[in-house]
Design a protein around this ligand. Structure first.
Ligand code: ADP
Ligand code: ASP
Ligand code: MG
Length: 422
């Protein structure tokens, strides 16, 4: 069996959903599991709903949610006629759950509400797609992934309970897939053992697809994108980016670790463990070869670039000129763990620790407050972190041209530079 994952861009409106049907039609009669994200930018829209709810701006929350509802209902009208009433009722059940939550006042933690509301993006999009495929005689079974993937209760970054999920996925899906029926389900979400909805982290649908593939021993996973494949840089940032037709798992895990936004970093491990190839293909032109990612070493790679904008450099200097090793380093890591922030780059000098992190204002303020007890803290904002794997002197020169480098770190394969944003 194969796993296809369609991201937000590939299902952003009814025409794109029709395009998905055209892609999967070529696989009729094959066992195929379709994992999908929320439509277009719906996840961002739902985040705004949660924010309004949590800040007790009830009217805003309802108004923002109304827009999400309208988007789905409008697309549905273009897609489904015979089953329109049934489909509308299914969407309405999901809308009602959110609206009854929005009626309440927040009494639990933000992350809990986030998961209850934001998860509905995937439930709505998958319902739309499933009805449309059925109407196009592409027989499929819609599955609520929350009955298949169980997690812990670490809301917004839930960890998968592999034992439960393996059992329930195999028990439930193998008979359906053996019957050559498509299965349509959601990426990104799961459920705790006590039935609370969870999410796996932003952009987590790629990871869901990989989890299913590992558990079901899939022959491959295909991620359908609005680009021709994985490129050596984000084409929005770098206008002469080129498609890489083959990459090793190692190369992709490294690229995504450094912040390449093309595949979720957690996706590779489950696939690598089972040696399942990952294809990245264009939903706009499915005949193009795209990228294949597998175990084989990728030779002769060109320089690969990743930009991370909106960075902050925090310099922590010991108060009494003692060396920063052992205890102070542990203190810093405890602070970062508590605040849930992951450094994008760290460096030590004799008496200073330097960390480059995403500029999330509240978190930076919190680090500064907690760290001043142990260090002299300095903060520099408006920076970009540039990473180049397989760097060449020419590419370094091109990437930093006219910009001031304030920190640099180099290994044989990778150079990272923090520059002041122009
Ligand atoms: P999805 O619809 O699956 O959520 P995303 O928008 O998350 O898709 O990812 C697709 C986008 O990723 C592309 O439009 C492209 O701008 C960006 N991107 C970033 N880095 C790369 C890269 N190295 N190769 C290809 N695309 C990249
Ligand atoms: N819809 C979720 C997000 O936008 C998950 C995903 O697309 O992978 O983060
Ligand atoms: Mg995405």
């Amino acid at each position: 069996m194969k796993v296809f994952k369609f991201g937000g861009a590939s299902i952003s409106n009814y025409e794109r959903i029709q395009n998905v049907a055209a892609i999967v039609r070529d696989h009729e009669g094959e066992p195929l599991l379709i994992v999908i994200s929320a439509m277009g930018k719906i996840t961002n829209a739902l985040e705004k709903v949660v924010d309004a709810f949590f800040e007790e701006r009830k009217e805003d929350a309802f108004h923002l949610f109304q827009k999400v509802k309208e988007h789905h209902l409008t697309q549905l009208k273009y897609l489904v006629t015979a089953q329109w009433e049934k489909a509308t009722n299914e969407l309405q059940i999901i809308f009602n759950e959110v609206e009854s939550l929005l009626e309440q006042s927040p009494v639990k933690e933000y992350n809990y509400y986030y998961d209850q509301v934001v998860s509905t993006g995937e439930l709505l999009s998958s319902t739309l797609l499933s009805f449309y495929l059925n109407e196009q005689h592409l027989s499929n079974q819609w599955m609520d992934v929350r009955n298949l993937i169980h997690t812990d209760s670490n809301f917004r970054d839930a960890k998968i309970d592999w034992e439960f999920s393996t059992y329930s996925i195999r028990e439930t899906l193998l008979p359906i897939l053996d019957n050559k029926k498509f299965v349509v389900t959601q990426g990104f979400i799961g459920r705790t053992a006590d039935n609370q909805t969870t999410t796996l982290g932003r952009e987590g649908s790629d990871y869901t697809a990989a989890v299913f593939a590992k558990i079901l021993h899939a022959e491959s996973v295909t991620i359908w994108k609005d680009v021709e494949g994985v490129m050596n840089a984000d084409p929005r940032e770098f206008d002469h980016a080129v498609v890489l037709h083959h990459l090793s798992y190692k190369e992709v895990i490294e690229m995504s670790y450094y912040g390449a936004q093309v595949i979720h970093p957690k996706t590779i491990k489950p696939l690598q463990n089972e040696k399942i190839p990952l294809y990245v293909k264009s939903f706009l032109d499915p005949d193009l070869p795209g990228t294949i990612i597998n175990q084989k070493y990728s030779a002769n790679l060109p320089p690969m670039m990743v930009y991370k904008r909106n960075q902050v450099l925090i310099t922590l200097q010991s108060l009494d000129y003692s060396f920063v090793e052992g205890q102070p380093v542990n203190v810093l890591h405890t602070i970062l763990d508590e605040i849930k922030i992951k450094p994008n780059l760290t460096q030590n000098t004799a008496i200073s620790l330097l960390i480059c992190v995403d500029d999330i204002t509240e978190k930076i303020d919190e680090i500064a407050i907690q760290a001043t007890e142990f260090f002299d803290v300095q903060i520099q904002r408006n920076l970009t972190l540039i990473t180049i794997r397989h760097y060449t002197p020419e590419m370094i020169a091109e990437m930093v041209s006219g910009q001031q480098i304030i920190l640099e770190q180099k290994t044989i394969e990778t150079i990272q530079m923090v520059v002041i944003e122009n």
